[in-house]
Design a protein around this ligand. Structure first.
Ligand code: SAM
Ligand code: SF4
Length: 505
C-alpha cells in the first residue's frame, strides 16, 4: 500500500499550496521515484496462512529501507510468520524507520502513539522499531517509548527471531550491532507490494563518506559491497519470474568494489596487491548481459566517484537506462566544503558535461538539494540556483537543512539560518525546479519513447503508465497492452511531472 498525495504541479497551478510544510510534504510525495527518500509509507500485504503468527511491517524513508523490510519478511517467514496488511490483527508490528531529518523521527513517534491504542486492546502484541532511528537511539528508545519491546539496527536482522523469542518470554530486547561484513547476500527477499515488473536489488550497504549533515554513516555503518554472483543470481531470478527492470541500490554505487569479500578494508588491500577487482562499471555490464529485455537502473551516484568508465558502459548497452541521480546538495564551493562533499562546483559541472558528452542531451539527470545549511548566505544560495540552471535537472529532491545530533555539522557549526529563511530558499529552489522540469519535459514532446509498462495510471483505469529510459512517467490510453510489456509511445504533451502520448507500432 502506498500513500500518495495528488499531483504537485496541479496543486501549484491551482494555487492550493500556501503552507510550505504542506508544499514540502507534497514535494516529497510526488517526487517519489522509489529509490529516494520520499514521504511514502509502505506496508505488508495479506499473505499469512491459517494458524501462522502474523507480522505487519510499516516502512518509512528511502528505498534501502523498503528493500530491508523484504529481507526482514523473508527471515521471519522462515520462522513461521506470515504477513498481514492489518496492524490490529498482527502478533508482531515492526516499524522500519528513517532518521535522515527530524521530521522523519517525529512521524515515527506519532505513529507509536497511535499504535499504543492497539496494544492496549491486545497486550500480547509485540512492537519493534527497526532501521536508522533504532540504530541512532539504541536502548534509549526503550526508555523514551514505553510501548516498544524491540529495537533492532539495520545489520542485526538475522537476530530478529531470537530477539522476538526473548520478548515472548517477557523481556525487552535490543541488538544494534553494526557489521563490516553483513550484506544479507544469501537471503532471497520476499517481494512486498510488488508490481511484478520493477524490483530493487541492494548491492552494497553503509557509507564511508561522512558528509557533515548526514546521519547515515552512523546509522548504517561502514561501507561494504555484496558478492556480484549473488546480485546476478537475484536479477536472473527476477527476470525468470517476469520482472523487466532492476534498480541496483547503494548510498554510493560508484564505490562498489568486490575482490572476494564484503569488508572494504580487505578489498582495498587486495586491490593494492594487484588482485582482480570488480568495480561498479563491471557489475553494471554483468547485470546488463542477463537479457536485453531486462532494464537496469541504479542509485545513488556520488559526484566525486562517478567515472567515465560507468558512463561508457551505460552508452554501450541499450538496456542500461540513461538516467543518473547525481545529488549536488549546494552550488557554492564554501558550503560544499563545510558539507564535506569533497568536490567543488567546477568538478560537478565537469561531471554534468561528461554525461552530456558521452550519453547525450536526453540523458535524465536528477539531484538532491539542501537549502539553508549552516552559515549559507543569500549569494551562496543563488549559486545553487545558477548551478541548477546550468545542469538543467529533470527533477530534484529538495529539503531544508535539519540538524542531526552527532553529525559533524551538529558538532562544528551553528544551525544559524532562521527557519523562515530556510523555507523561503527551499521554496525558490522548488519553483525553479518546477520550471526546469517543465522545460526538460517539453523537449520530449513529438518524440517516440520506449516505455516499460508498470500498470494502470494513478488517475484512470483507462490509461496505463510506465517510464522511459530517462525515468520519466509516460501515460497513454490502455488499448490491449499489459504491464511488463515494452511499447513505443509518441508523446504529444507534457506537464512538469508527466509525459502524455499514444502508442505507435
Ligand atoms: N547517499 C546519497 C548521496 O550522497 O547523494 C544521499 C543519501 S541521503 C539518505 C538522501 C538525501 O537526504 C541527501 O542527498 C540530502 O539531500 C538529504 N539529507 C541528508 N541529511 C540531511 C539533513 N540533515 N537535512 C536535510 N536534508 C538531508
Ligand atoms: Fe550521507 Fe553523504 Fe553518505 Fe550520502 S554520501 S549517505 S549524504 S554521508
Amino acid at each position: 500500500m502506498w500513500l500518495i498525495l495528488p499531483n504537485f504541479t496541479e496543486y501549484m497551478q491551482e494555487g492550493l499550496i500556501t503552507d510550505i510544510e504542506l508544499l514540502e510534504q507534497v514535494n516529497e510525495h510526488t517526487q517519489g521515484h522509489e529509490h529516494r527518500p520520499s514521504g511514502e509509507i509502505r506496508t505488508t500485504a495479506e499473505n499469512a496462512l491459517a494458524g501462522q503468527r502474523k507480522l505487519y511491517i510499516e516502512s518509512y524513508g528511502c528505498q534501502m529501507n523498503f528493500s530491508d523490510s523484504e529481507i526482514v519478511a523473508s527471515i521471519m517467514q522462515k520462522h513461521g510468520f506470515g504477513t498481514t496488511a492489518r496492524p490490529e490483527e498482527a502478533d508482531l508490528v515492526l516499524l522500519n524507520t528513517c532518521a535522515i531529518r527530524d521530521k522523519a523521527e517525529q512521524t515515527i513517534r506519532h505513529r507509536l502513539g497511535e499504535l499504543n491504542g492497539l496494544k492496549k486492546r491486545n497486550p500480547e502484541m509485540t512492537i519493534g522499531v527497526l532501521g536508522c532511528m533504532a540504530e541512532r537511539l539504541k536502548a534509549k528508545l526503550l526508555e523514551e517509548e514505553k510501548i516498544v519491546d524491540l529495537v533492532v539496527g539495520p545489520d542485526a536482522y538475522r537476530d530478529l527471531p531470537r530477539l522476538v523469542g526473548e520478548v515472548d518470554s517477557g523481556a525487552r530486547a535490543v541488538n544494534v550491532l553494526l557489521s563490516r561484513e553483513e550484506t544479507y547476500a544469501d537471503i532471497t527477499p520476499v517481494r512486498l507490494e510488488s508490481n511484478g515488473v520493477t524490483a530493487f536489488i541492494s548491492i552494497m550497504r553503509g557509507c564511508d563518506n561522512m558528509c557533515s549533515f548526514c546521519v547515515v554513516p552512523f546509522t548504517r555503518g561502514r561501507e561494504r559491497s555484496r558478492d556480484p554472483q549473488s546480485i546476478i543470481a537475484e536479477a536472473q531470478d527476477l527476470f525468470n519470474k517476469g520482472f523487466r527492470e532492476v534498480t541496483l541500490l547503494g548510498q554510493n554505487v560508484d564505490s562498489y568494489k568486490w575482490a572476494g569479500q564484503a569488508n572494504k578494508k580487505e578489498t582495498d588491500r587486495a586491490q593494492a596487491e594487484g588482485k582482480p577487482v570488480i568495480d561498479f562499471a563491471d557489475l553494471l555490464e554483468m547485470v546488463a548481459l542477463i537479457h536485453p529485455d531486462l532494464r537496469v537502473r541504479f542509485s545513488t551516484s556520488h559526484p566525486k566517484d562517478m567515472t567515465d568508465k560507468v558512463l561508457h558502459t551505460m552508452a554501450k548497452y541499450d538496456n542500461i537506462c540513461k538516467y543518473i541521480h547525481l545529488p549536488v546538495q549546494s552550488g557554492n564551493n564554501r558550503v560544499l566544503q563545510l558539507m564535506n562533499r569533497t568536490y567543488d562546483r567546477e568538478w560537478y559541472i565537469g561531471r554534468i558535461d561528461a554525461i552530456r558528452r558521452i550519453l547525450g542531451e536526453d540523458c535524465g539527470i536528477s539531484s538532491d538539494m539542501i537549502a539553508g545549511f549552516c552559515t549559507e548566505t543569500e549569494e551562496e544560495h543563488q549559486d545553487t540556483l545558477t548551478l541548477m540552471q546550468y545542469a538543467k535537472f529533470d527533477f530534484s529532491y529538495m529539503f531544508y537543512y535539519s540538524e542531526r545530533p552527532g553529525t559533524l555539522a551538529a558538532r562544528k557549526y551553528a544551525d544559524d539560518i532562521p527557519l523562515e529563511v530556510k523555507k523561503r530558499r527551499l521554496n525558490e529552489i522548488i519553483a525553479l525546479q518546477r520550471d526546469l522540469s517543465y522545460e526538460r519535459n517539453q523537449r520530449d514532446v513529438g518524440k517516440i519513447h520506449r516505455v516499460l509498462i508498470e500498470g494502470a495510471s494513478k488517475r484512470s483505469a483507462d490509461f496505463l503508465q510506465g517510464r522511459n529510459t530517462a525515468n520519466k512517467v509516460v501515460v497513454f490510453p490502455r488499448g490491449s497492452y499489459q504491464k511488463g510489456q515494452y511499447v513505443n509511445v509518441l508523446v504529444h504533451s507534457a506537464t512538469a511531472a508527466t509525459l502524455l502520448g499514444e502508442v505507435v507500432e
